[in-house]
Write a protein that binds this ligand. Structure first.
Ligand SMILES: Cc1cc2nc3c(=O)[nH]c(=O)nc-3n(C[C@H](O)[C@H](O)[C@H](O)COP(=O)(O)OP(=O)(O)OC[C@H]3O[C@@H](n4cnc5c(N)ncnc54)[C@H](O)[C@@H]3O)c2cc1C
Length: 414
């Protein structure tokens, strides 16, 4: 952490105060500042400290819930608008990376959804036809026989390939996005945890750990780290840990064998694994522990993930694991992403591990809606943001061990 002298002083007054300095907050700040709005980003730790610098770097099409269930729940029209947002979100990342010259290895390398069981592959066959019919979105099957050209592992029963998705380096992207927001005129304030949010007449008052400021509007962009400063939102978000290991640098030949097309890969399970290459390392992640990151959950996850990795790739049994880390995901009770305004406070939350492109896009589009003063037309504001069943949740996810066990059972039977 930098010392106090190097911290940007807080302004007294801004038009918009953004709480949270990840993709959502920075993308919103860039958009607002480009339109001449006076905006400050207040970040509790360092800029990009949260999930935005620690994720798997997969820039994915679609939403966390499958589109079949989205159609069933919300109808065709909303589902089509939401799916289009997901495609636009990848275009948005590509455009920002190009316009702002962000050196983060962004590439449209495509993603693979790998079938853990033969019946998953049957479901993927139906998905290819469904995505074409409903969304005119072309995805392709990779049979078990041809799988070696995509994944150097025998454990899967084929896969689905979506060539529209991409990959990038998380920390490089967040650093680039932060510089872009600053160049546009936003001020970024690290070590400025908001500890109280109140109102005086028509303005918001934000008290931080190192001073206060007032704002006409507030945007909450705190994802899995949403705390009790915004208690109503905290009670709608379940923080869930996700963990990643990175191997030592592997030989070029081994790298070519593991994922020959350099694609982003994840499997079909509830307790899913995801993996990709970066800089000749295999980056292998999963929901090894459900609770958010602590030194204990990180250490336990390292062992679990290494075992999982070797199951997928026995050829890595002697490869050293050089890094392990964890971060927190934000799940809403319906697993959907939600944007909106509550008590005059704007928010974009609930990415459910699918937020690299979406956080960038929603940061931008919610900021645009703020400038218009109306967010009701936003596709992600067109359905309600549920709280816990029976209200049995105050922000501490006591039920996670049960949810973890339930997911394991589902993976066993489905
Ligand atoms: C291990 C892991 C792997 C993932 N892999 C992928 C992937 O491959 N593809 C994908 O699409 N998504 C992935 N995700 C999800 C993705 O990273 C997130 O959805 C996205 O980064 C969310 O961005 P954000 O800006 O909303 O939140 P964050 O980047 O989490 O930022 C929130 C910030 O708010 C700050 N904050 C909280 N409270 C306060 C306060 N009171 N005052 C000031 N600041 C506060 C926190 O310090 C934090 O920095 C992954 C996430 C994790 C953890």
């Amino acid at each position: 952490m930098p010392d106090d002298a190097s911290l940007t002083p807080l302004p007294e007054k801004v038009e918009v105060a953004i709480i949270g300095g990840g993709y959502t907050g920075l993308s919103a700040a860039r958009t607002l500042a480009k339109s001449g709005v006076k905006v400050a980003v207040l970040e509790a730790n360092t800029i990009g400290w949260g999930a935005s610098s620690r994720h798997g770097g997969m820039v994915l099409t679609g939403l966390k819930p499958g589109m079949q269930s989205v159609i069933k729940k919300y109808g065709r029209d909303i589902a089509k608008r939401l799916f289009k947002c997901s495609l636009d979100s990848i275009d948005t990342v590509e455009q920002i990376v190009g316009e702002e010259n962000i050196d983060c290895g962004f590439a449209r390398c495509g993603h693979l959804l790998a079938a853990n069981k033969p019946k998953h592959y049957e479901a993927l066959k139906a998905e290819v036809e469904f995505m074409d019919r409903e969304f005119n979105h072309k995805v392709r099957l990779i049979s078990r026989a041809e799988q070696g050209s995509e994944i150097g592992s025998a454990v899967y029963h084929g896969a689905l390939l979506d060539e529209c998705s991409g990959g990038l380096n998380p920390a490089q992207y967040v650093t680039g996005l932060a510089s872009a927001a600053e160049r546009a005129g936003a001020t970024l304030h690290m070590r400025a945890r908001v500890i109280r949010l109140g109102r005086r007449e028509r303005r918001f008052l934000l008290e931080t750990e190192r001073g206060s400021l007032s704002a006409e509007s507030v945007f909450v962009a705190t994802s899995g780290y949403t705390g009790n400063v915004t208690k109503k939102l905290q009670r709608k978000i379940i923080p869930i840990g996700s963990y990643i290991i990175a191997t030592e640098k592997l030989s070029d030949d081994l790298v070519k064998e593991l994922i020959p097309g350099d694609r982003m890969v994840f499997d079909y399970r509830h307790y899913l694994n995801y993996f990709r290459l970066w800089d000749n390392r295999l980056i292998f992640g999963g929901r090894a522990a459900f609770f958010p990151e602590t030194s204990r959950t990180i250490q336990r996850s390292a062992d679990i993930l290494r075992r999982e990795m070797i199951q997928v790739y026995p050829q890595l049994k002697d490869a050293k694991v050089e890094y392990v880390w964890g971060g927190t995901l934000d799940f809403a009770f319906d697993m959907m992403t939600h944007v909106g305004q509550a008590d005059g406070i704007y928010y974009s939350l609930g990415y459910a591990g699918h937020g690299v492109a979406m956080a960038t896009y929603l940061g931008q589009t919610v900021a645009e809606a703020m400038m218009k003063g109306d967010i009701r037309e936003h596709p992600f504001a067109s359905f309600s943001f549920p709280g816990a069943p029976l209200g049995l949740y105050d922000g501490f996810p006591w039920f996670l061990p049960f949810a973890g066990a339930w997911h394991k059972i589902l993976d066993w039977v489905e």
